[in-house]
Design a protein around this ligand. Sequence first.
Ligand SMILES: [Fe+2]
Ligand SMILES: [Fe+2]
Length: 497
Amino acid sequence: MSQVLIVSDSKSNTKLISSELMKRYDFEVIIKESADEAISFLEILGEVDLIISFEMLKGEFSAGKICEFLNNNQELFPIAMPVMIVGKLQIEYPKKHEIITQAKLEDIVKYAGYILGKEKSFIQPVFVIEEPKEEKVQEKTTVFRLPSKEILNQLESQGGNISNQEFNAQLVSMLVDYYGVLSCDLYIKKNQSDEYEVRFPKGVKIEKTDFEKLKIKGIRHLYSKNIENTNYLNDTNLHFLNKMKSLGGDVEVSLSLGAISYDILLDQIKSSKFDSFTIELIKLSLKNFDYLVKSEKSLQSFLQAVESKRFLYSFTHAFLTSYFMYLVFDKFSWSKDHSKNKLLYLSFFHDMALSNDKLIKKHHKFLATKSSFNEEEIKVVLNHGDQMAIILEKIIKAPKELIALIREHHGSFNGIGISETLNPKVYPLSKMFMVMEYLVTYYLDIMEKKNTPGNLLTPEQYNIFVNEVNTKYSKFNYLEVLPFINDIIKPVIVKNP
Ligand SMILES: [Fe+2]
Ligand SMILES: [Fe+2]
């Protein structure tokens, strides 16, 4: 029988947690009300299987004090005991398990069961990120939520059904930082339907360099069997979320993690896999996007990454559109009707239902390249605005305008089809967005084709863009954005003549 020591001064909490631990898992529970009491107990009676301590009790860092005691008395406790902290731990301790302070008692019980091997999986509860304070008040706080089971089933039947298939994609980039002994078989396959080429068997110690080599070869995904991978996926997800949470103002790292998380989200949306990990990842990615878009330093780093083709097109396109829109947005009289958050969300989500980097890239020139799409791709492209709006309506409680903006990003109100003519009635913001997407597509196209170093357009190339925009967007007020592009964006992406 496993022994659990709970350290808390809240009688109601400990009563509930301990009775559930005993009832569900047959654990033996010892309760102490402070770090000092817990330490005296451990000094006399030695080891337990798990310590659950709240971060702070009666104004003192109780969890920290207990871990410090364990660190300093390794001769008494040669094998580190797992400590589950409700909150954060400021010091290093080899076997710490943190859970957010807002966690429900049910989550604390389940997490304890998971740590001691009684639960197969555990997903960290989601916490709510506060929206940036400087946003205008008319923009209601955006709330993200996990869709109900029925809605998840609906989404799955409307969109991807990959989760029903035998294999699940794992991102190589994500695994690079989570190497170690494999807890399930991993397969290298070109895509899910292919035969695998190489299998890394379960139990093998895999080195970071092995994953790095795969990345260099251009392999983005590894696959694991659906039935085998739950724990593995939970572990890697948790690891990645922790990395995202600890982002602290380093532009390079933020860009890299932003690109990886965008890629992960594309996969999640493709397979209609919405769990608390997805929702948490969306929040953290948006927060990171927000930080990057507001940072003056990120553009240069980003343009260098574009030149060296470090990131997938999907992230590059979304980020650049967002960055440029941020630069000019305040110039418009109507901008006061929208918060800048809406810009961010629009750029971030608008193409996500395409779920595939190649489609995201190609569909921006859909009318010219239509003949190169197969039937299924055409269907996906024509519906992606509507499809993404449907998904967002299920997971986000946001102003209706945001959903409408996502739908009309190719000029049609209902999000279906790619409008061949200019629609006078879409939001002014949508018009600006379409012209900005045109600029970003044009810029990225030139960066991809050119074979000389540098990430700036020549003045001639820029003039071609201006002429094209003047012809294509000549009606209504689509062209309102062009003078601002000339004044504000041109100096950062065009070489001095
Ligand atoms: Fe786009
Ligand atoms: Fe699109």
